[in-house]
Write a protein that binds this ligand. Structure first.
Ligand code: GDP
Ligand code: MG
Length: 431
């Protein structure tokens, strides 16, 4: 187990440096993931070129911030043109939903209505889809089961008139969501109807509902709707069932429209505000970037870890203690490894993780039984001290020795970091 632990430590140490090889490895991983997620090929090239250039040329603080540095660049480049997402303030507004048939508009109308109702707003929906026979019933049922206001006219085939009447009927409502028809393709008729409804209702938000699973087709759809009625936000649905959400991301980047919400399932509850960091990490299948960033930041800001001291070679058992404390703060070790993205991820089986975590706890107890002098100068710990520490901590001399061995391993890794190619950070101007 100690051998594997050593490997992990080495890999982590390696991952804290920015050099050309690391950046290229990371970029390759990202390219693969983006293409797999159906991000547009041209955009993949743009994104990876930008990441490479920035990662190697921009100033970085040593050690911990290198990882943070690369993640931030990846994140910023992916989010270029999309920003932090569209936030719809909690005040009186009309939202019109558009999109092709089956994209999830009606479901999303109910999801949105519930979302705003849960925030304390009086919310109603208008069923302005006169093409699909069951559309009226579908929305009515959803609205009724969630205590949401509803307006529809079962027999009327004039969607524009229904929308207009609906606004009158729901005039006391804070948030009104207009569900519209969608047909199989971007037929003239559909587009014309959208334009007419938008004219008649003057919505504050025209949100395009895009099925994540359509991949590359998303761009064409988004463009057509945007050209026709001017979209101001995108809702990506069915993000639960596909790895192809990149198509929708590409579409959003291409027309420069923010993403507002994400649908993650068929149930009305399966809906969330768009969170860029969460989206990117899910898209790339690399755990939650934001959580990692926040945790790393928290640990560093509390100065529990002093990377400089590690590099100086004045590495003592106190530093091991701090490391363990930091790991404890960041959650179980297995969780931390889950959070590490792409190039830094490593395959470790769970049983070893569990053991390691247990060991960490034991190490801490052992160190609690040491004197200040022993912690700062572990060399003085001879066999009689080992026996005393073992008794004091309720462990065995074997376990104390194991800690000392771990300490030595860590120390030699740190020394290598200091001496080796890791010493000169940041690396600038590499060809
Ligand atoms: P519309 O034709 O655009 O109104 O689409 P609907 O709202 O009727 O949805 C079409 C299908 O997609 C239905 O079976 C929904 O249950 C399903 N659906 C909608 N949103 C989601 C989602 O976020 N995840 C999943 N898995 N299914 C969804
Ligand atoms: Mg519908």
């Amino acid at each position: 187990a100690l051998e594997s632990l050593k490997d992990i430590v080495k890999k982590i140490a390696r991952s804290t440096t920015v050099d050309k090889a690391l950046v290229e490895e990371v970029v390759r991983d990202i390219q693969r993931a983006l293409l797999k997620a159906d991000v547009n090929v041209r955009q993949v090239k743009e994104i990876s070129d930008a990441i490479k250039k920035r990662a190697l040329s921009e100033d970085v603080l040593p050690t911990f911030n290198v990882r943070e540095h690369i993640i931030r660049i990846v994140y910023e480049e992916l989010m270029r043109g999309i920003g932090e997402g569209l936030e719809i303030p909690l005040k009186k507004a009309k939202i019109m939903l558009v999109g092709l048939q089956g994209s999830g508009k009606t479901t999303t109308a109910a999801k949105l209505a519930k979302y705003f109702k849960d925030k304390g707003m009086k919310t109603g929906v208008i069923a302005a889809d006169t093409w699909r026979p069951a559309a009226y019933e579908q929305l009515k049922q959803l609205a009724e089961s969630y205590g949401i206001g509803f307006y529809g006219e079962k027999e009327n085939k004039d969607a524009v008139e229904i929308a207009r009447n609906g606004l009158k009927a729901l005039k006391d409502y804070d948030m009104i969501i207009i569900d519209t028809a969608g047909r199989h393709a971007l037929e003239e008729e559909l587009i014309d109807e959208m334009i007419e409804i938008a004219k008649a209702t003057q919505p504050d938000y025209k949100l395009l509902v895009l099925d994540a699973a359509i991949g590359q087709l998303a761009s064409r759809q988004a463009k057509a709707f945007h050209d026709a009625i001017g979209i101001n936000g995108i809702i990506i649905t069915k993000f639960d069932g596909t790895a192809k959400g990149g198509g929708a991301l590409s579409a959003a980047r291409e027309i420069g429209i923010p993403i507002a919400f994400i649908g993650t399932g068929e149930k009305v509850e399966d809906f969330e505000r768009f969170d860029p960091a969460g989206f990117v990490s899910r898209l790339l299948g690399m755990g939650d970037i934001k959580a990692l960033l926040e945790k790393v930041e928290r640990v560093v800001s509390e100065e529990e870890l002093d990377p400089e001291a590690f590099l100086k070679g004045t590495f003592t058992l106190k530093d091991v203690y701090k490391q363990i404390e930091a790991m404890n703060k960041m959650g179980p070790i297995s969780k931390i490894f889950e959070l590490l993205p792409f190039g830094f991820s490593m395959k470790v089986d769970d049983s070893m993780m569990e053991m390691t975590q247990e060991k960490m706890k034991k190490f801490r107890v052992i160190m609690d039984s040491m004197t200040e002098e022993e912690l700062l100068n572990p060399k003085i710990i001879d066999s009689s001290r080992i026996r005393r520490i073992a008794i004091g901590s309720g462990t065995s001399p074997q376990e104390v020795k194991e800690l000392l061995k771990y300490y030595k391993t860590m120390k030699s890794v740190m020394k290598k970091m200091k001496k080796g190619k890791f010493g000169k950070l940041p690396i600038k101007g590499l060809p």
